[in-house]
Design a protein around this ligand. Sequence first.
Ligand code: GLP
Length: 245
Amino acid sequence: MVEADPAGVASKAADLVQNYLRSTSEPVLGLATGATVEGLYAELVHRFARGRLSFAGARAVLLDEYVGLGYGHPQRYSNVIRRQLTDHVDLAGRDVCSPDGDARDLAEECVRYEALVRRARVGLQILGIGRNGHLAFNEPGSSFDSRTRVVRLAEDTRAANARHFGGPRQVPRYAVTQGLATISRAAHLLVLAGGRAKAEAVREALEGPIGAEVPARLIRRRPRVTVLLDPEAARLIRYRRPSQM
Ligand code: GLP
């Protein structure tokens, strides 16, 4: 299902998360980090504060993590997700897992995290799309068969994230990311994109030829996917709702 929605991407996404949390006694959420999902997390925190939803019994796994930032760094994704979501809802820290980008043995850490995600069986995976079409930190050219591994970040990804670090040079060069095959195992993919800068990546993901040059094309190979776009991100796609045709 693809919806290009004038307002309400965060609110519609929150509805889907809320329904999923209610649908099972042991929900497992896959969490992305980044500007795209901030509105969704704020909406979930808002609904929790008003008693409209609960994460009781839920667990969460993160998609990716920078390498070598240090445990206390504010941009470490495990810290970002605490600040934006988990510190404000009924989800205990021990129930939120992320790859450790500061592990001494990163190869071993990738094997550990791949097994952890497999065992966790993610029910709903929240995803943003990078400006270059990346998913998590699977940069263009990543194989659809890829597993959790250390990747070198593309220069445009580092440039896109420079604003969080005070400059492009401070952005780490490497990250640990779930692979595209790892992400594929989730039962339902919820893909969000907003803003003009994502329009090209969205068009490539939804309408370009299937192939790993654009990792986000993975979503066309999965049976259960919801894509929520604001009008700016949707402006280059040919798809229109039947009512608009
Ligand atoms: C980031 C993250 C992804 C995110 C994507 C889009 O670098 N690794 O998980 O979904 O790239 O980021 P943003 O939402 O900030 O545009």
